[in-house]
Design a protein around this ligand. Structure first.
Ligand code: ZN
Length: 171
């Protein structure tokens, strides 16, 4: 297993529509293990393959009750309610902002045995599912903020894009 390098805001792979996975092979299994290790190393609650530079429809979510859930080709099949909670993203370090999301979602996906399953989550895990699935479609949470809020974050986003973020943190 290995901890993978995270792609940050400004990286083109974060803006691509990821490709579906049609077969689970050793390469996919290894990628999933590395994604889980990377998510833990970075203290994230979820991670999508594009965040480690792989344009494939794979996400991992850390749930307290059921451990890590691996979702391949996830699709939201039911959504309801609304909430507005603060989000952050390992690919947009240091930036946090409330985002409007559905409060409860049902997602259909394939597991590592190529079996279809559905999960329904609410609250923070529903947010995590929507946030990670957004990554597979080339969206970041900052895209969902209103224009005024995005304008406020303009300099921070620019710093991440230009790789100056580490310097800013050290100051
Ligand atoms: Zn993210």
């Amino acid at each position: 297993m290995a901890i993978l390098k995270l792609e940050k805001y400004g990286s083109s792979v974060l803006r691509e529509k990821s490709l579906p996975v049609d077969k689970i092979d050793d390469e996919i299994r290894r990628l999933v293990q590395d994604m889980i290790e990377t998510m833990y190393a970075e203290s994230g609650v979820g991670l999508a393959a594009p965040q480690v530079g792989i344009s494939k429809r794979i996400i991992v979510i850390d749930t307290e009750e059921e451990g890590v859930i691996v979702l391949i080709n996830p699709v939201i099949v039911k959504k309801e309610g609304e909430l507005h909670e603060e989000e952050g993203c390992l690919s947009v370090p240091g930036v946090y902002s409330p985002v409007r999301r559905f409060s409860r979602v049902t997602v259909e996906a394939m597991d590592l045995n190529e079996k279809k399953f559905q999960i329904t989550q609410e609250g923070m895990l529903a947010i995590a599912l929507q946030h990670e699935i957004d990554h597979l479609n080339g969206y970041l949470f900052v895209d969902r903020l209103n224009p005024a809020r995005r304008l406020m974050l303009k300099d921070e986003l620019k710093n991440i894009e230009e790789g100056k973020q580490d310097e800013v943190i050290r100051e």
